[in-house]
Design a protein around this ligand. Structure first.
Ligand code: IMP
Ligand code: MG
Length: 177
C-alpha cells in the first residue's frame, strides 16, 4: 500500500511537532483558568489529538465523534452521517473540535452546527492542516497548524483507504488518480 516511489515527504515529524506545539501554546494561553472539552473527529484526528493533549497545561476532557460522508473515497460528499456520537453533555462547556485536516469543510460544518445546537458556552475548531483553497462551505476555524496546497496527504492519522495512518511523517501522493 505504501510505496515511497509514489509518495513524497511533505512534512517531517519535526515540522509536525513544531506545528502541534505552537497550537498547544495558543490553547494554553486562550483557555487559561478554564476547562476545555476536546471533541476529536475519528479516525483521522487520533494521532493529532494524542500529541496535542499531552502538551496542554489547561484542564481538559476528551470525547470522540465519528462521522462518515458518502461519495468518492478521497473527497467528501455533501451527506454526512454520525457513526459514533459524543457521549458527554456539552451544555455550558468550552468545546474545541479537533480535526486533522479540513478540505471542503462539509464534515466540520455539519458537526459544528450540531454541537452548537447542544448549547456549549463556547465552540471553536482546531485543525492541524487546512486545504483552504478547497473550501466549499464556510466554517469558523480558529486554530490552524498549517495551510496546505490541494494535495492528497497520508500519514499522521491521514489514511489511504484506511491504510498508512501510522506513518510518523506526512506524505503527498505524486500520481493521484
Ligand atoms: P471535508 O468534509 O471535505 O472537509 O473532508 C474532511 C475529511 O476528509 C477529513 O477529516 C479527512 O478524514 C478526509 N480528508 C480530506 N483530505 C484528505 C487527505 O488529503 N488525505 C486523507 N484524508 C483526507
Ligand atoms: Mg478527519
Amino acid at each position: 500500500m505504501f510505496d515511497d516511489k509514489n509518495f513524497t515527504k511533505y512534512l517531517n515529524r519535526h515540522e509536525i511537532d513544531a506545528a502541534v506545539q505552537s497550537l498547544a501554546n495558543r490553547i494554553n494561553a486562550d483557555y487559561e483558568g478554564k476547562q476545555v472539552l476536546l471533541v476529536a473527529v475519528l479516525k483521522g484526528a487520533l494521532i493529532f489529538v494524542a500529541d496535542l493533549v499531552r502538551l496542554l497545561k489547561v484542564d481538559n476532557e476528551i470525547d470522540f465523534v465519528r462521522l462518515s460522508s458518502y461519495g468518492k473515497a478521497r473527497t467528501s460528499s455533501g451527506t454526512v452521517t454520525i457513526l459514533k456520537d459524543i457521549q458527554m453533555d456539552i451544555r455550558g462547556k468550552d468545546v474545541l473540535i479537533v480535526e486533522e485536516i479540513i478540505d471542503s469543510g462539509r464534515t466540520l460544518k455539519f458537526l459544528y452546527e450540531r454541537l452548537k445546537a447542544a448549547g456549549p458556552n463556547s465552540l471553536e475548531i482546531i485543525t492541524l492542516l487546512d486545504k483552504s483553497a478547497k473550501r466549499v462551505v464556510e466554517v469558523p476555524v480558529k486554530y490552524v497548524g498549517k495551510k496546505i496546497d490541494d494535495q492528497f496527504l497520508i500519514g499522521y492519522g491521514l489514511d489511504l483507504e484506511e491504510h498508512c495512518r501510522n506513518l510518523p511523517d506526512i506524505y503527498y501522493l505524486k500520481y493521484p488518480n
